[in-house]
Design a protein around this ligand. Structure first.
Ligand code: PHE
Length: 340
């Protein structure tokens, strides 16, 4: 072999080696390349063996060429090995070791969470869930609920009117009527949804909010079942040592009517800013379904009794989370939402 032949052979071998290395995708492939080229029985050491046949005056130059070749191959090999170990693919522009893009998960709105929690508790007590329209007629929102025309009780709830007798429902109680119009007792149902009131917007009132209505109708239902059910509910939601009381109240569609208070969990009943010094927080309205309501939906008030209740979800959330401005639930400020 002449020196020129060695140089030529080394050049083509280097090219062959680089091509083979570039195709390597895993350590097994890498090992194949090593065995074929640089391992003891590979083509590079074989080329060194050829040095013997080189004339003496060319030996030094040929040795330099081969040593250079061996070094370059070894370092190309090492580099490839490192890249593979670092998890880089054949295309070195893609670095599989880079950290992934984090997907920030969304949050359920605190009102949605509260609605789901209330629903979960009542479903566990045997209630089913019903739905009704937000655009209602006067009949379902007022008249069938025993609000006589022009009765001052209608002023209890400032109404958004769409037309004369079409309005945005001011409470979820019209869904009671719709359920009773289409179902026979026994009934145990809750009815969550949005309601609208034409009130001046402030920290305490907003033009829309959410209520959960409840209705139970059967033979022989008493006020005791109403108290037991709502007491169980409140303790599941706010904790087992909660105390509660029922205060006489008035709603046209229940008789007798009551409001339910729970002991203030901020001060434990001693009196604080949250409970305005009373030690009690009002959480819902309730009562025994008025016989006039049963008559309106075609139930015999001599045969059936029942109870109904209605709670404001924002109010319950305000109490549970200590967020005092109701408007914050509708502004969708991420600084608030991300905390839930
Ligand atoms: N609908 C009443 C309100 O909006 C609440 C309520 C519901 C009271 C059912 C008694 C029975 O204030």
């Amino acid at each position: 072999m002449t020196v020129d032949e060695v140089r030529e052979r080394a050049g083509s071998l280097e090219q062959e080696f680089k091509d083979a290395l570039a195709r390597v995708e895993n350590t097994a492939g890498l090992e194949e390349v090593r065995v074929r080229f640089i391992a003891r029985k590979g083509v590079v050491p074989a080329l060194f063996d050829e040095l013997r046949s080189i004339p003496p005056e060319g030996k030094k130059e040929a040795g330099r060429i081969l040593n250079g070749l061996r070094m370059r191959l070894q370092s190309a090999f090492d580099e490839r090995k490192e890249m593979l170990a670092a998890g880089r693919a054949r295309d070195s522009n893609i670095d599989l070791t880079l950290p992934g893009r984090t997907l920030t998960p969304g949050h359920l709105h605190p009102i949605t969470q509260m609605l789901r929690e209330v629903r979960r508790i009542f479903v566990s007590l045997g209630f089913s869930v019903a739905d009704g329209p937000e655009v209602e007629d006067d009949y379902h929102n007022f008249e069938a609920l025993n609000f006589p025309p022009d009765h001052p009780a209608r002023d209890m709830q400032d109404t958004f009117f769409i037309r004369d007798t079409v309005l945005l429902r001011t409470h979820t109680s019209p869904v009671q009527i719709r359920v009773m119009e289409t179902t026979e007792p026994p009934i145990r149902v809750i009815m969550p949804g949005r309601v609208y009131r034409n009130e001046a917007i402030s920290a305490r009132s907003y033009c829309l909010f959410h209520q959960v209505e409840g209705l139970a109708v059967d033979r022989g239902i008493t006020f005791a079942e109403l108290k037991g059910t709502l007491g169980t509910f409140a303790r599941q939601l706010y904790g087992n040592d909660l105390r509660y009381r029922f205060r006489a109240s008035f709603f046209p569609f229940t008789e007798p009517s009551a409001e339910m208070d729970i002991s203030c969990f901020l001060c434990g009943g001693k009196g604080c800013r949250m409970c305005k010094g009373t030690g009690w927080l009002e959480i819902l309205g309730c009562g025994m379904v008025d016989p006039n309501v049963f008559t309106a939906v075609g139930y015999d008030p001599e045969e059936y009794t029942g109870y109904a209740f209605g709670m404001g979800i924002e109010r319950m959330a305000i109490l549970l989370y200590g967020i005092e401005d109701i408007r914050m639930y509708f502004e969708n400020d991420l600084r608030l939402l991300e905390q839930f």
